[in-house]
Design a protein around this ligand. Sequence first.
Ligand SMILES: Cc1cc2nc3c(=O)[nH]c(=O)nc-3n(C[C@H](O)[C@H](O)[C@H](O)COP(=O)(O)O)c2cc1C
Ligand code: SF4
Length: 498
Amino acid sequence: MWKPPERIKFFPSPGRSPSRQEAQAARLFSPIQLGPLALRHRTWVPAMVPWRSNEAGEVTEDVIQWYARFAQGRPGAIVVEATGIRDVPSGPLLRIGDDRYIDGLRRLTRAVHEASGGQTRLLIQIIDFLRIRRRPDPQVFFERHLNLSPALLERAGLLGLPDQQAREALFKLGPDGWQGVLDLRDWQSLQYGAREHVNDIHLPHIAQLPQELPGLFANAAQRAQAAGFDGVELHYAHAYTMASFLSATNQRSDGYGGSREQRVRLPLQVYAQVRAAVGAGYAVGCRFLADECIEGGSTVQDSTWYALQFALAGMDFLSTSRGGKFDDAKQPGIGQAAYPYTGRSGYECMPQYLSDAQGPFGRNRQATAQIRHTIRQAGLSTPVVCTGGVHNFEMAEAMLAAGDCDVVGTARQSLADPDWALKTWLGRGREVRLCEYTNYCEGLDQKHKQVSCQLWDRQALDEPGVRKSQDGKRRLVAPAWQADAADQTKTADTGVGT
Ligand SMILES: Cc1cc2nc3c(=O)[nH]c(=O)nc-3n(C[C@H](O)[C@H](O)[C@H](O)COP(=O)(O)O)c2cc1C
Ligand code: SF4
């Protein structure tokens, strides 16, 4: 992963631990409405892909255990990982692109509601993404993948040569020669692997996205509703299709690119069709980027404007992230796919403990505050969820007190300790296992390996019934936390709305 050149080390602090009384009177542990959906607390586990599904994209026992473990810590809400709206092979990523997925997803919603004693609300993040290929072996690229256009053959002085001979001649030019004759797109495909872009409107399936996506998202949202999820989060963030429509790099000339008004058109149409499918009584919001953090990308000025359009359209919540783009991703090895969290924008998305003067903690706070402020100034009360480097009660409470956000997302801190909020709520904050922001988990994600946390994945491996990673070396869920008997009664007693 890219790291800021300053390489300043930051160590997370547990902050001040509140007493039980103080915690239970705190903003963080007060209820909030997301439109029709009541959250008991303002703690939120954002979407994280843990690579627990299978090649069929189904809910497996490992998926259920992963989310049930977060639910035992009783956050206000958990958002299930990015789940594909199309029924196409996509490796072990969860899918919701067909009705046959509903039963498995229903088992998941039941398990989470049960594990949290009915106190945690479960949403699902629904996603569309475009095709990306692995970085090719140059010989294979020139033999099979490269499209031999007349312009290319002319630049290479190979016009009129039979196809096979032209390919061989191009391959023989070697790296310096390739850069001279390939156009920018082919050069990038050779260097990084071919990647479809929303700007490719010469490709019929890319041109059709605005006609196709609203229906696909709406069907997926209906399935989520049928499976018992409490709401859906439309994935409009990071490196994926909807974020690419919002991006300032979207230059489509079909009315869905160029100006901000045209870039937000499809995201609003998707939302409108989803809303029509699930009705007014069901929570629908989106996750989007407060800042793309790439050269020529959308900035906080754009995202503030988008947020206003989403709020005006009636979304029930807005959740912010930042960065995570392919545009500045590191070159993958041959045979590997590019990963959108390896460049500077990736750092902004999942900042690590080696940082610049700003540091990794609360890195999305200022931009999110600006977004929320603008929405409130327009007289709208849409709740805003802020995520990025938040790891203790004091920080979360300060963000809420300052009016920077309404709900606090903690991804890696919840992975490090799924009970962190519960411990704090019980006045036992000193027992919280603090995330160290090493990004060991993110490294596993990058290799599409089952994600776990280095702070607990080698503990009690011989515990009866413990499920382990494919290599048998790591446990897949955090060890149970033993609250004492008195605290167990207290936790069981808390009703929704306390
Ligand atoms: C292993 C892993 C997988 C992630 N998967 C997703 C995802 O599916 N969707 C998403 O919007 N963000 C995803 N993220 C980003 C997190 O939701 C979050 O925005 C990011 O980690 C920064 O928050 P934090 O500092 O609290 O960890 C992922 C993060 C990690 C570490
Ligand atoms: S592996 Fe654990 S400690 Fe390290 S960044 Fe991930 S969650 Fe935090």
